[in-house]
Design a protein around this ligand. Sequence first.
Ligand code: FAD
Length: 394
Amino acid sequence: APPHVAVVGGGFAGASAARALKRQGADIRVTLVEPKARYTACPFSNAVLAGLRDLDAQYFGYDGMKRDGIDVVAASATAIDAEARRLRLDDGSGLAFDRLILAPGIDLMLDAIPGYGASGAEVMPHAWQAGEQTALLRRQLEAMDDGGLVVIAAPANPFRCPPGPYERASLVAHYLKAHKPRSKLLILDAKDSFSKQRLFEEAWEQLYPGLIEWVSLSFGGRVTEVDAATKTLTTEFGSHQAAVANVIPPQRAGAIAAAAGVADRTGWCPIDSVTFESRLRPGIHVIGDAAIAGAMPKSAFSANAQAKACAAAVATLLAGGQPAAPKLINTCYSLAAPDYGISIAGVYEPREGLLAEVAGAGGVSPLDASADVRASEAAYAEAWFDTITGEVFG
Ligand code: FAD
């Protein structure tokens, strides 16, 4: 019988890997384990918050994968035995595999912020896993009176989508400027710097002067406690009462990673930088947000690039070969307004056991660029989303 690869998690990482394996042409049986009937994409969900896009545009199904001959199993993996090469599903059944690709994304540590927790997230949504939470935060912004204070609490590194909180601040400001111009937006940050910072700050000065205030860690930005009943966020320097609060808690690899023994004490999964095989459990490969991918940011673009490299390595290993060192690319686009895009790009390769950035190969959008340059980057962002979702889910 042909070798069997099980893929756990049908997000950008897992779905890309399943497809890439099937399309290698090698004779491999592929099973994708994913409990949700449809995937809700996070990229462009900040545009949903700003009322620029329908949540429906974020949904993708698995029919394309089935047409490719991938066996899609609608269940959650609850346990993985690396030695026996078996995984257990929440419907009580089991699945044997020759190699496993694990791509469970993130778990939000809701209890890491005192006063937050699962019930706090219903009042002060994180909207860091798109779907119901995105819709909730959108409704709160729509219902807010003009003149209200919107607070975004951003986590320390590492976390999913490093530029995401700042794109979110920009697009929410875009909505406030047009519909609730007396309102203010405060970012409470558990860090002293952030991705594409100078570009975002330039955009905020040009587009939303006086609307957005960013408070860094050193100036009391880290949220130490919240009170959901009054929407109060407490920091080391004092407290802030919000009309709408978006609390993005710290994160770790999806729970199945720890259950399978592939997460370390950081909560993330150490991997071999050529094959993405776990450094803790042989036979299990980890890709996407759950993995410790060195200098690569936790993005859908990275997840997709890692998936293709990992699929090639798994196919080679199953054929008894020696996988070659990959080169991986990431580009993260952000919108500061619907017609104002900025980006950061990088190329990565294995170096001393980690994925390291290739010097001089990447870069960020220029400062002081013309409106035309910003508008074309916004168009590239949209084209990127259509291309990647078409490739992965189409
Ligand atoms: P996920 O997409 O979270 O997929 C994980 C999947 O695994 C889920 O479908 C889940 O149901 C499944 N799963 C979990 N546990 C189990 C289990 N036990 N058994 C079976 N299945 C399981 N990235 C970009 O590149 N560009 C952007 O512009 C961008 N914008 C973003 C904006 C926001 C607001 C946010 C929050 C993120 C953004 N990202 C962006 C980041 C991107 O969404 C993530 O990096 C990407 O989704 C990671 O893919 P993944 O497959 O690792 O995880």
